[in-house]
Design a protein around this ligand. Sequence first.
Ligand code: ZN
Length: 415
Amino acid sequence: MKILFLNIVILSVALGAPSTTETNRIDREPSSNFGTTDFNQTNFQVHRDNLNLPLAEACDPTKCTPPKCRCSQTFLSKELPPEKIPQLVAITYDDAVTALNYEYIQSAIRKLKNPDGCKALATFFVSHEYTDYTKVHKLWEQGHEIALHSISHKPMTTYWNTADVELLKEEFGGQRDMMAHFAQIKKEDIKGIRTPLFEISANTTYFALKEMGLTYDSSWPTQHFTHPGMWPYTLDYQSTQDCPLARCPTASIPGVWVSPLLDWTDVVGNKCAMLDACGNLPEDDVDELFKWMMENFEQNYKNNRAPFPIYLHASFFLKGDNYLPAYKKFLEHLNTLPDVYFVTVSQIIDYVKAPTPDKPSKTCVQREKSNCKPRFCQLKKTETQEERWMKTCVACPSVYPWVGNPFGKPVKKRN
Ligand SMILES: [Zn+2]
């Protein structure tokens, strides 16, 4: 019995499973019970910060036009009827990229090709601890998007929803430097963040994002704007998106994009932003799971064609024997539809900036080759002296990289 328990724990860590706190937090999101009016105003809270940013005004779509600005709304463009809009599907994975979850994920998307002949792509919101940077390199080389999910991934809501600009720069800006270096990927290709536990520090998170030169955030769930779904928008003007976890931005922060997390509906009608956080899943049966996934997909496909989210922790596949087969069946079925494209979050934002009929882009993602010479490093965390193994594309650092020391430089011993 002891051995079995140990195996489960090790497997969860290797899969980059969310902490219990993270899953509970997501599960605790209230079900959709917003009224038709005033839900926005009542759910936004005013928070003190020292940023002195101007309060956002109501969005005027004649002044706020793509590519630089977009109001929060549920239609893409007056010129494009939904049937001419390609159905974009955003597959995202959160947390550490490890050898084990890399295989799970690859087995589901490796063979898929979009109708334009380009590879099916996904977005990885990577957290640092336990990540194998040589696998991150491979994902990037294949064209997938590598995005930021913080260095520490602290499982504490107050840590994230009260974070100041400096801390967020260390957690996300530091992680961008860390990832570009240890995974040997181009820093400019890292464009977005997802905060742990979806905890936003009101205006501060978005202001920090802009200061770091990043493009978008993908941490803000919506339960209200799911069908029809809300398209990505900028924070030049006031957002009309509901704010289920509170602490949403109220200031004008021009040019920063929000990619809203359109919640799924579980089998009893509750909302969930990540598939593994859905409280009431179908029974462990391929056909039942497939049917449930299709019902959620069709809410977008047969409606306004807002990008369809498939947001997961790889631990979803541990929920039962049939979860991975059902997921594969679902993706393979979507791949038979002539107007469905698996693309990254960045590609979705690029598309929204200049929408075209029928297909999302003229060219496939190409990556320049860069060198990755795999090395195993046995390191210690400076504060706790815990041991960590780290696989990197470059020489081993002196200590385990962490917040404030993203390159793992030698640390002077305290007297
Ligand atoms: Zn996470």
